[in-house]
Write a protein that binds this ligand. Structure first.
Ligand code: C2G
Length: 129
């Protein structure tokens, strides 16, 4: 059984998120998703997500294509998570192209094309206007 791991904040869950999770699952048989905690998100983006980590996790857990979900507490722990969850493939959107190449010694690393014209940031901007 091929085990796939991916990571993300998945705030204001949208079609781009669903598509990457579907394509990640298609890379193997079992999909594990690391949800960025609120604290990790704050450290990356200096702002809090709209949805709490608890709600973001519940939404991802409810998806048919997702088999297992955990909290990603730190970007530096990615290698540990890959080993802990016995992942064969790491999938990320290509906005992260090249950023996780160091893990090629642990598993396959694949960057999939982002879905164009949709992002959480853009949704927030449109609602604000
Ligand atoms: N994504 C996508 N198409 C979009 C928007 C997002 O394919 N239009 C993908 C991203 O490339 C990423 C996943 O959806 O692989 C989750 O995106 P974010 O929630 O923005 O994740 P991010 O905050 O970048 O966190 O350890 C890495 C981080 O946890 C990733």
């Amino acid at each position: 059984m091929k085990r796939v791991i991916t990571f993300g904040t998945f705030d204001l869950f949208h079609i781009g998120h669903l598509r990457i999770l579907e394509r990640a699952k298609a890379e193997g048989d079992y999909l594990i998703v690391g949800i960025s905690t609120d604290a990790l998100n704050y450290s990356k983006k200096q702002k809090n997500p709209i949805y709490s980590e608890k709600d973001r996790k519940r939404i991802i857990e409810a998806l048919k294509v997702v088999d297992e979900v955990f909290y990603e507490e730190s970007l530096e722990l990615k290698g540990n998570y890959i080993q802990q969850f016995n992942a064969d493939v790491l999938v990320m959107g290509n906005d992260w192209e090249g950023r996780f190449d160091e893990f090629k010694s642990l598993c396959e690393v694949k960057y999939l094309e982002r879905t164009p014209s949709i992002s959480t940031t853009e949704i927030i901007e449109i609602i604000k206007e």
